[in-house]
Write a protein that binds this ligand. Sequence first.
Ligand SMILES: [Zn+2]
Length: 281
Amino acid sequence: MGCEHEDLKMNLMICMRGEPDQLPFLPEIAELGAGIELGSYGLIGVQSERDWEARFARHQAVRTQFQGTIAIHGPFIGMEYGHIDHLIRDVVNHRLDMTFDVAVKLKARRVVLHSGYGREYDLFKMKDLWLKNNVGFWKQGIGRWADAGIEIALENETDQVPDLLVKLVDEVNNPSFGICFDIGHAHLFSELDASEWVRRMDHRLLHVHLHDNDGKGDCHWPLGRGTIDFEPFYAALLRHAAQATISLEVEDKLRMEVKMADLRKLAAHFTSKQRSTGVSS
Ligand SMILES: [Zn+2]
């Protein structure tokens, strides 16, 4: 296949909290064809009702000025779906209802949630129970999101391999339900190559959290500051999961200009629409 051309276009997003100093960048984000993943419910919004409302107000301010695709990063600490404890299930459901409400009001197309699988389930040999409870939870729960045109992408946290998430997605078997792969988390907790993660997740991969670290902490550094090798990962994405959105999750405390520099680089990398991959033509 000497003259094969590969379409290098990937959907891009940038994660932000919607702070006022980020608003001037909205036109450029739109111009780059990128979407916005709005977060901060997880570490700030959950602390009080007032904090939740304040986050939502900031996100609404973004939404009124930005017509592109919006995703929401939902709360994650303590959010275990299909929890064994019925009282905890009630609280988790309540918080998830609030997340649904926010996503609908912001006309989000996707919500990223952490899978809720942790080391405790390995320790107490409860992996099978976790899978059964989560399949039950999401089979029953995905309907309202799908009806609202919202996809759920479950993110790896301390997972060493993608296999459990892959099984969950296959058993729930709904096109609105898939995986968010956080390459930084995998770099910390998994021996498996990121490209192999992509190969195993394949069509189930909806969303990627892209950021760098040194393998020692979840630093959310700009790309290139740490030890993650991104080029083979990009190639694997184009090959197995070109449908996925790459969402730049470089830490929000950094100046927006630093994050934008990475977004510009990504956009330049992935929008050279027709680039020869074989013998020059
Ligand atoms: Zn992430």
